[in-house]
Write a protein that binds this ligand. Structure first.
Ligand code: ATP
Ligand code: MG
Length: 702
């Protein structure tokens, strides 16, 4: 921890220092990725707190993702500025509305919060006479969200949508009708949605002077990170918090605007000086995060941007020593891509890169499953949803209870005591074999042990108090594991090695990005991804989703060559590797190895290959065995708290039920059963094939 406010200023360049020491009042930092914006604001907060200019509890720092908020809290704690509230807009509003609920809802608690609009939107659409499917419901919900975040009521929707050049899925009058029905149905059921909750926070301040007074007495200094993504509704909340005051710091980068499809607008950032005439504006251009190789690619990507925001782009200047060129890889299919990524992760970890310094980033969450499976198969631990819910995890709660219940001698060594207490819950110092959810749970509990190792002077009760304090602040310890994240929630974060995967047309840009503006937003999303890497950057795409599937083109954003820059002698090439050697070898091996065991035809389709026969050839599946296998898998997945497909997919279970392997060697040749699964589940499966009941297996294991 920095121990004086001078030390807080020491690690900053001149421009950053100007931002950190600027006097109270409006301040805007306009700067590119990795230039130290978040560093500047956290140092500014710490500097002001530690030099006595402001009280930590009077500062509210807001950002857009729970991960970024957690990261900010962590940085603030390291700088000795504990007690500052760092939250997402959502979390800050929710806390406020909950607290004031009895005053706002005539003595009642806050109404129930709707976590997805899908059901009510479908209902409203049907009432309005539309036939819907999931996609239509999603598009309609998107329009309603955009309208609500833009503070547009149903009656004004049609005009506003035309003005904003929206491309609604139906005639605007029809969307407005669905929107009105949705609002009616929601009210009738006594529910509120996400936007209503933020509106309630605004209205609480605007309409209730006592609430306004109390909120404004609590929060006096405001900081907003990633301000380019603020929407009119959030801006109105910020204005309500501020009232007549102006102690506001905002930072942002127009080239990283990735939420405008939901109503966010970089105009608040760009026009900050106009709204706050006395504002100090600071610009940063030196990139401290990434190697010149990564910076070169980032500049090349954003130099191709078009449209209004592209005029605001900033050329980054890399400050770090050189590193490897980013690499571009093409695979035959997604499982092949995922296997190669997992293998490379394992290599990096073996070479000394900590797993927590690696991230695999994708455009849509559905892409994560295949990576989860591949990493588990390669024995690499991974962290799926980030760390924001760490203290809510069942195993962490259980561990904390065990620590509180443990009675040892006060003189005992903290680390030994923590070990002893946790071993009673079944935790062991050695990692369980392989990856998957079991490993994820082990890593979470081990993070508590690592924390204890960092504070050996504490007694157990003191350590427990520390854990509780951290839980209240959501100050999460570092969990070991490769991060799997969407590009959207990776914003603001950084890793030594970043894998940008699934880079094909239809995924990035995503298929529903139909307008030029929407495509530009996808380009910025790719730019956000590229600029997350400190050192190693891998870009890949798979020709087909499934083995033998329809080929897809690589993403238009992946440059094959950076624009030549004679001045810097750059012009680095990013050759596309036609087909990764490993992938080709992998595909060739699989295609040769698997042919239909009924008719002998070579199998190319993934599901057929797992089954070991053409889907159209007659099946000799043992239905009774399949039922037992499914039952066994369900129980195991339940016990280990992992999705069933991580144990075995349906197709693999069907293949087992058809082929009834009596020995390990016969089991091993079934596609989808690697050495790790053989080790973990081989005995169980063979026992089941041999006629054992699921109950008998469970008894044996116990
Ligand atoms: P993004 O736009 O992605 O949110 P950012 O502008 O907020 O990026 P930071 O995350 O604050 O950038 O900083 C990027 C990295 O550079 C961090 O690891 C940070 O510690 C480091 N860094 C920033 N400024 C300096 C500096 N003056 N000296 C050394 N390292 C620095
Ligand atoms: Mg940042």
């Amino acid at each position: 921890m920095a121990d004086s406010s001078d030390e807080i200023l020491a690690g900053l360049d001149r421009d950053q220092s100007v931002a950190v020491t600027a006097p109270a009042g409006p301040l805007c930092i306009l700067a590119g990725a990795g230039t130290g914006k978040t560093r500047a604001i956290t140092h500014r907060i710490a500097h002001r707190v530690r030099s006595g200019q402001v009280r930590a509890r009077h500062v509210l720092a807001v950002t857009f993702t729970a991960r970024a908020a957690a990261e900010m809290r962590e940085r603030l704690t390291r700088l000795g500025a504990d007690g500052v509230q760092a939250r997402t807009f959502h979390a800050a509003a929710l806390r406020q509305v909950r607290y004031f609920a009895p005053r706002l809802f005539s003595g009642r608690e806050m109404p129930e919060l709707l976590d997805s609009k899908a059901r009510l939107v479908t209902f409203a659409a049907t009432k309005a006479g539309l036939k819907t499917d999931r996609e239509v419901a999603r598009d309609l919900a998107g329009e309603i969200e955009w309208a609500k975040a833009s503070l547009i009521e149903p009656d004004d929707y049609a005009a506003a949508a035309a003005k904003a050049l929206r491309e609604p899925p139906f005639d605007a009058a029809m969307v407005a009708k669905v929107y009105a029905q949705y609002e009616r149905a929601k009210r009738a059921q006594g529910l509120i949605d996400f936007e209503d909750m933020i509106r309630a926070a605004i209205w609480a301040i605007e309409e209730h002077s006592d609430v306004a007074e109390q909120v404004r007495a609590q929060y006096r200094h405001f900081v907003v990170d990633e301000y380019q993504d603020v929407n009119p509704m959030q801006q109105r909340l910020l204005d309500a918090w501020l009232g007549e005051r102006d102690d506001l710091t905002v930072v942002g980068d127009a080239s990283q605007t990735i939420y405008s499809f939901t109503g966010a607008s970089a105009s608040y950032l760009v026009d900050f000086k106009r709204r706050h005439p006395g504002a100090t504006v600071v610009r940063l251009t030196r990139d401290y995060r990434s190697t010149p190789q990564v910076v070169g690619l980032a500049n090349a990507v954003i130099s191709r941007a078009r449209g209004e925001l592209s005029r605001l782009r900033l050329e980054l200047v890399g400050q770090r020593p050189p590193g490897p060129e980013p690499t571009v890889h093409t695979f035959a299919d997604e499982p092949g891509e995922a296997t190669a990524v997992a293998a490379r992760c394992a290599e990096l970890i073996a070479g000394g890169t900590p797993a927590r310094e690696i991230a695999v980033l994708f455009r849509v969450n559905a892409q994560s499953e295949v990576y989860q499976e591949a990493l588990a198969e390669a024995g690499v631990p991974c962290v799926l949803h980030g760390t924001e819910r760490f203290f809510d995890r069942a195993e962490v709660r259980e561990a904390m209870i065990a620590l509180r219940a443990y009675r040892g001698s006060p003189a005992d060594d903290l680390v030994e005591t923590v070990h002893a207490a946790l071993e009673r819950t079944g935790w062991r110092p050695e990692a369980p074999p392989g990856g998957g959810a079991q490993r994820e749970r082990w890593e979470a509990v081990t993070a508590l042990v690592n924390l204890a190792e960092g504070m050996p002077a504490l007694s157990l009760p003191e350590f427990n108090t520390e854990l509780q304090r951290r839980a209240a602040l959501q100050h999460v310890p570092t969990v070991e594991g490769v991060t799997l994240s969407s590009l959207h929630s990776a914003k603001g974060l950084e890793w030594d090695a970043v894998f940008l995967v699934g880079l094909c047309e239809g995924t990035l840009p995503v298929i529903h990005a139909r307008t030029p503006d929407a495509v530009e937003e996808e380009r910025r999303l790719f730019y956000v991804g590229v600029t997350r890497a400190r050192h190693t950057l891998w870009l890949s795409h798979a020709a087909a989703r499934q083995p033998g599937g329809r080929p897809r083109r690589p993403s238009r954003f992946v440059p094959t060559a950076a624009p030549a820059d004679p001045a810097s002698g750059a012009g680095a090439r990013y050759p596309r590797r036609p087909l990764d050697k490993a992938a080709v070898a992998g595909r060739a091996r699989r295609v040769m190895a698997v042919s239909c065991r009924v008719c002998g035809t070579g199998l190319v389709n993934g599901a057929d290959r797992k089954l070991g026969r053409c889907a159209t050839c007659p099946s000799d599946l043992d239905e009774e065995l399949l039922a037992r296998l499914l039952d066994w898998r369900a129980r195991l997945a339940g016990i280990q708290k992992i999705p069933p497909f991580v144990v075995f997919t349906d197709v693999t279970l069907s293949a087992i039920a058809e082929r009834r392997p009596a020995r390990r060697e016969e089991l091993a040749v079934i596609a989808g059963i690697g050495p790790r699964k053989l080790l973990l589940y081989g005995d169980d499966v063979i026992a089941l094939v041999g006629g054992s009941s699921v109950e008998a297996l469970a008894r044996d294991r116990a």
